[in-house]
Design a protein around this ligand. Structure first.
Ligand code: FES
Length: 256
């Protein structure tokens, strides 16, 4: 497993993606060098203000040449409100890379994501070792689907669903997935997003006998395996999402 480090990362810039979502690029060469797709970092957004706890963010993209890592985040609570106002040149403390990433052995992969779950899947699409994945993504409306600009250049086919039908097929990813799986010989499906979506995707993969990896999103206080805030039911034992995952084979997880 990649060695985790604590670094003071220099913020290179932030971009607004929609009214609640931003991209932040941080120079952190030690983390960029060893990160693999699906891992995450724990960011302490401010030493002066509360909240002092670190916040986990999936790594959305890594540039090993420049040493820049990219995170995409939704402005939701106090921590991300502080992060929203961080400027180019500021330094933020980052621990990483953390957790276990995706299995990259699939020959014909399908990536399925919803909402911010698409962030770690972007690093997967980038890191598929020469293969281009098909991607199925869902969101509430067209404004949420800035993700197509990220995935289209590095993917094979990109399929879009929106709840209101403003872009792509109207409905959730489940409006498309069963037929897509039946019509293609995918050997692995990678999924991250809201829990109901991940469960539905995992169940459909099981039905069609296709391997499935899930990237679980849980509240994480420490990110280091010490506090148990991220534990959930595995098969026969409790598992910690931060250290045993966040990526699991679907059959490894009982309740999540
Ligand atoms: Fe503390 Fe996982 S976040 S044990």
């Amino acid at each position: 497993m990649a060695k985790k480090v604590v670094v003071e990362g220099k913020v290179i810039g932030q971009h607004v993606l929609n009214i609640t979502t931003k991209q932040i690029d941080v120079k952190a060469p030690e983390i960029a060098q060893s990160a693999v797709p699906g891992q995450f970092v724990n960011v302490q957004v401010s030493k002066r203000n509360s909240p002092l706890l670190r916040r986990p963010f999936g790594i959305a993209s890594v540039n090993k040449e420049t040493g820049i890592i990219t995170m995409i985040y939704r402005i939701l609570g106090d921590g991300t409100k502080i992060l929203r106002d961080v400027c180019s040149g500021d330094e933020i403390s980052i621990v990483g890379p953390l957790g276990k990433g995706f299995d990259l052995k699939a020959k014909k992969p399908l990536i399925v994501g919803g909402g911010l779950g698409l962030a770690p899947l972007l690093s997967l699409a980038e890191g598929m070792e020469g293969k281009k994945a098909d991607v199925l993504m869902g969101g509430r409306c067209e404004d949420d689907m800035f993700w197509t600009d990220y995935f289209a250049p590095i993917s094979n086919n990109v399929y879009v669903t929106t709840d209101d039908g403003s872009m792509g097929i109207k409905g959730t990813v489940m409006a498309v997935l069963p037929k897509l799986l039946a019509a293609n010989k995918y050997d692995c499906v990678y999924v991250c997003g809201p829990e109901p979506m991940m469960k539905a995707v995992a169940a459909e993969c099981m039905k069609q006998k296709i391997k499935c990896q899930v990237s679980l999103e849980k509240y994480m206080a420490c990110g280091l395996g010490a506090c148990l805030s991220c534990s959930c039911e595995g098969i026969g034992e409790r598992i910690k999402v931060c250290t045993d995952g966040p990526v699991f084979w679907a059959e490894e997880v009982g309740e999540w």
